[in-house]
Design a protein around this ligand. Sequence first.
Ligand code: FEO
Length: 399
Amino acid sequence: MYVKEIVNDVFYVGVDDKKTRLFEATWPIPNGISYNAYLIRDEMNALIEGGVKVDYSREFFRKLERVVQLSDLDYIVINHMEPDHTGTLPQLYRIAKNAKIIVSQKGKELLADFYNIIDSDRVIVVSDGDEISLGKRTLRFISTPFLHWPETMMTYDSSDKILFSGDVFGSFGALNGRLFDNNWVLDEYLAELKRYYTNIVGMFTGPTQNALKKLKGLDINLIAPSHGPVIKEYKDKVISLYDELSRYESKKKVTIIYGTMYGYTEELVSVLALRLYEEGIPVSILNASEVHPSYILADAWDSKIIVLAAPTYDGKYFLPAYTAMYYIYAKRLRKKKFAVMGSSGWSGKGYLRVIDLAKELGWELIEPIVEYRGAIDEEEIKRVDELVDNIVRILKEGG
Ligand code: FEO
């Protein structure tokens, strides 16, 4: 059992999860995920994060006990109560009898709700800006509600300037020994970091902006999140990406989310894509029957324009395409313009139903709606040309 010291007296004691297929039983993690925890050895020993997912308790305890005797553990800092970080907490709390839990006020309530831990002698509630001395080091707590639950906070070690950021700045993907960000291929890393943000934390863009403002004044050498690698080399890139994503900053790009049963809609999507490429506009083409909404959401997040193309199904919107749009709707993706292409076939204009979801998000419809019945002919292609003209004009105007 190997335990890595990330800086002097700060040890990584987290674990890799390569068994779970869907994080939160929702989001695909084909490359796994890590649950990070860090042990600081000082006059007072502190574990940052409550622990890891309960399924990995054996590995976690073995790692932890290599660094500290559990009777010598003084503090368990809970940045975030979600059980992927606190599943091992009840066991640790029972064994490490001298350890006190440090948590926010809301975290204290959740501690009682989730684990029936209500022993106030061993629970210290901290507020924004509070500090605790470990001896050589001092920990400062920074309140960051809704990143990703209401109780969430970050912990800052002013000695080595480490920000223990919880879910924020986390990414999907097991570490597989790649403990630091520069061990990862940058593009792949940022793609999984973006997918993690948009899928997990993305609904809370306002709280993200608030947190980023708070962090501005902080001198940070290392970011130690609760998922993914420790960030040192790409710190500025990651913070900028968070800023862009949480402001819904978007690129001159079109994301086409489509469904097709017999290929007619797919044919029209190809025509649209061809025309857009001819205009020099980057396009993502995502078949909702094949691409999980997790990836569709991440792709759509920073596109200026979303095209929703699908047939009617039983009088309604084609189910896989509607599901993809429902994920986007549920995560409250804002500031988009959108277009609709839909086939009525024999059963009405069910494809129009997706407009309600888009309008609830405040998206702006680009005319014309391209409607067809079954096979594509010159009339539909003319409408696609009109749509492309309008998309080009909007992108040129910077809209
Ligand atoms: Fe990684 Fe919101 O828990």
